[in-house]
Every structure is written in structure tokens, then in C-alpha cells.
Write a protein that binds this ligand. Structure first.
Ligand code: DX5
Ligand code: ZN
Length: 221
């Protein structure tokens, strides 16, 4: 399985957004993770289509858009048009997950479902075969720079089993508190895609940090 690193621009310096995105793109990032927050689903506000469209012009890398918003379907069309490659909604605000996944796919994006730390994986079981991406939150969403929740490791292991049992080829992504200290455990538990905000953008050398995250997964223990 390949290791995919997705730096989250939430921790980037927005006064120099183009430079920051280019730096991680040249530094080996596989995807760029864009955290959309609405101040309702989470207690923080960030950005929307304007920033997605701006990052789209800076890089050809896939844009991994994480929707921490209520009524996420209101944004699918605009965000797809702005250049999103994947749209991941939270199951906590998705009463019609199957319909929403289908709509995202119709728009030509990968369709993802995210679960908060306290949300059971059973909420995605029936839709697992249709998912392109399953995002297991390893912090409570809303802010960058939080501490990794250790119980997530076992949850990722169960998420891997769930996807395999559903014959789902979905990406298994983790998000929150991913660093050199935490990445290997979730990799060994079966995650393949690692969002990292603070770890990458607060580093003196983001490229070295991306390489180090990748290397930590490859190390034998
Ligand atoms: C948290 C966001 C994350 C955040 C991760 O609500 O979904 O994507 O940027 O940041 P770090 O890696 O700093 O925990
Ligand atoms: Zn995120």
C-alpha cells in the first residue's frame, strides 16, 4: 500500500498561500487538504469556493476537500466547479448518505465520508462499498494543532476491516494530530492517507517533514 501525505492548508501562512502550497507540492505532498468549516458543525469558520479555486490555480495536485459543515450538499456544485478532486462530508450531518455520495460522484469528484471520534463506524457500513474515501477523525474537528486521540488506532484497524469486508477499495484517511510520533501506528492499523497540518506547516523544512512522515511508515519495528 502506498503512503499518501495530504498537508492541510489550515496551518499555512495565508499571507503567502501560493508559496506555502508550492513548497509542500515540491516537497512531495500527494494531495492538498482543504478544511471547510461553517461555524455550525464545528466552532470555527474557515473558507469556501474562493480558496479552493485559488489553490486550484496554484497546483495540479488533487484537492481533498473536507466539509465540516451542516447541509454539505448545498456546496457540492460550487466546490466541484472550483476544482475540488474529492468532497468528504460528515456522516453526523448526512441523513441521506447514499444520495449525497451519488451526487458527489455525478459531479466527477471522489466521494468521502468522515466520522468524528465519538461516531460509530456502523454509520458507514451500509455505504462502504460505494465510498471512494473513508475519513476517520483522530481529533475532534474544528482546529489544527490538537493532540492525536490514541483510541483512534483501534478504530482505524476496525475501519480497515470494515472496508475489506465490504470489498471496498476506498482510501482510508486519518486527520488530526498526525506527526512523526503518531503516523506509524495508524499506518500499521491500515490507514493509507495522512492529513497533516501543524506537523508540516509549522516545520522549518516542510519537505523534510513530509519525507519523515513517509519514512516513519516504511520503518520496520
Ligand atoms: C481539524 C481539521 C484538520 C486539521 C489537522 O478539524 O480537519 O484537517 O487541519 O490539523 P493538525 O494536523 O494540525 O492536527
Ligand atoms: Zn481536515
Amino acid at each position: 500500500m502506498s503512503v499518501r501525505i495530504a498537508p492541510s492548508i489550515l496551518s499555512a501562512d495565508f499571507a503567502h498561500l501560493a508559496d506555502e502550497v508550492e513548497r509542500v507540492a515540491q516537497g512531495g505532498a500527494d494531495w492538498i487538504h482543504i478544511d471547510v468549516m461553517d461555524g455550525r458543525f464545528v466552532p470555527n469558520l474557515t473558507y469556501g469556493a474562493k480558496v479552493i479555486e485559488t489553490v486550484r490555480r496554484i497546483t495540479d495536485l488533487p484537492l481533498d476537500v473536507h466539509l465540516m459543515v451542516v447541509e454539505p450538499e448545498r456546496y457540492f456544485d460550487d466546490f466541484a466547479a472550483a476544482g475540488a478532486s474529492s468532497l468528504t462530508l460528515h456522516v453526523e450531518v448526512a441523513p441521506h448518505l447514499n444520495r449525497q455520495i451519488n451526487r458527489i460522484k455525478e459531479l466527477g469528484c471522489l466521494a468521502g465520508a468522515a466520522v468524528n471520534p465519538a461516531t460509530s463506524l456502523e454509520t458507514v457500513r451500509e455505504a462502504a462499498a460505494d465510498l471512494d474515501l473513508l475519513l476517520v477523525m483522530t481529533v475532534n474537528p474544528g482546529f489544527g494543532g490538537q493532540s492525536f486521540i490514541q483510541a483512534s488506532v483501534d478504530k482505524v484497524r476496525r475501519a480497515r476491516m470494515l472496508l475489506d469486508a465490504s470489498s471496498s477499495g476506498a482510501v482510508l484517511e486519518v486527520d488530526g494530530g498526525i506527526s512523526r510520533d503518531t503516523v506509524r501506528d495508524v499506518w500499521r492499523a491500515g490507514a493509507d492517507t495522512f492529513v497533516a497540518g501543524h506537523a508540516v506547516f509549522a516545520a522549518a523544512d516542510p519537505a523534510a517533514e513530509i519525507a519523515a512522515l513517509r519514512e516513519r511508515c516504511r520503518e520496520q519495528v
